[in-house]
Write a protein that binds this ligand. Structure first.
Ligand code: ADP
Length: 270
């Protein structure tokens, strides 16, 4: 339902007019609610690791004559502080990509470098689960964009594919050109995402399974960062998924975006 605010103003002295202003406040209300939710979510997400750290510090003090317990608690403190650092870093990243319009650091980004860097970020995690990272397709393409942001976006997709897949599966990163778009797909043979959650996973802090996400160090912010980066580049990110079978995330980036009209962008293929 729409919400209107009506106010009356008397026109300048001498005229016999009363101005009635009718303002549609629906969108302003929605933006307010989103902002309030975001602050509540951030506070909640920060409280969890901070609370755990404080309890662990108490436990260390109580265990002064048990060196093994102290080492165990210290290890958990390390995990909680890494989680806190990760959350703060992702909040900073999100705020950067949200506020970077138009993009400040646009240059030609070769997709073979982009894919290699994004895959490198996840190689260790993939190896520890014996997941094969396979790269293929037409990587000679070049898109205009912010190199660091694009590595962050694709890196987040590959990282999720590895995190939400069982051991000894395969993650495929494929690049192809379609019309004036570069299409990068990241496919996994992982858990998949239930149909009812598919439209919500790009929202800030939305997780299908909060416990699993936290266990893998997830913050629930990764996909909303990817969505903002894609939009900032004039592209988009979409998902297809089947529970128990796997997911495919598709990042579409224009060869020539409005942020790069002065740059002449060509693919290096003839
Ligand atoms: P997180 O930090 O929790 O991974 P994201 O914003 O990156 O947050 O993803 C949101 C949620 O979407 C995740 O918590 C997970 O439930 C789901 N998800 C994302 N990528 C995948 C994937 N490749 N396979 C299955 N589920 C996924």
């Amino acid at each position: 339902a729409h919400e209107f605010e009506v106010s009356a103003r008397v026109a300048p002295l001498g005229s016999r007019l009363v101005l009635l202003l009718v303002e549609d406040r629906t969108e302003a209300r929605r933006v307010d609610a989103v902002r309030r939710d975001f602050v509540a979510n951030v506070s909640h997400e920060l409280k969890t690791p901070v609370g755990a750290l404080s309890l662990l510090a108490e436990a260390v003090m109580d265990a002064s004559d048990d060196p093994e317990a102290i080492i165990r608690f210290a290890g958990r403190m390390q995990i909680e502080s890494a989680r806190l650092t990760n959350l703060v870093q992702e909040l900073i990243d999100l705020s950067r990509v949200q506020n970077d319009h138009p993009l400040h650091h646009v240059g030609p980004v070769p997709l073979d470098d982009l894919v290699a860097e994004a895959a490198d970020r996840c190689r260790q995690a993939a190896e520890s689960k014996q997941i094969t990272l396979a790269i293929g397709g037409d990587r000679e393409l070049i898109v205009p964009g912010d190199h660091n942001q694009l590595v962050m976006a694709l890196g987040n997709l590959v990282e999720n594919a590895v995190n939400y897949s069982p051991a000894r599966t395969r993650v495929d990163i494929e690049v192809r050109a379609e019309a004036r778009m570069a299409v990068i797909t990241v496919s996994d043979q992982g858990l998949g995402i239930p149909q009812r959650d598919l439209d919500r996973i790009f929202e800030r802090f939305y997780r299908v399974d909060p416990a699993r996400s936290r266990a893998t160090g997830g913050t629930g912010l990764g996909l909303s960062i990817v969505k903002h980066i894609a939009a900032g580049h004039g592209g988009e990110v979409t998902v297809r998924s089947l529970e128990g079978v796997g997911s495919t995330f598709t990042l579409v980036l224009p060869f020539k975006s409005s942020t790069s009209q002065s740059m002449s962008m060509t693919s290096s293929t003839p």
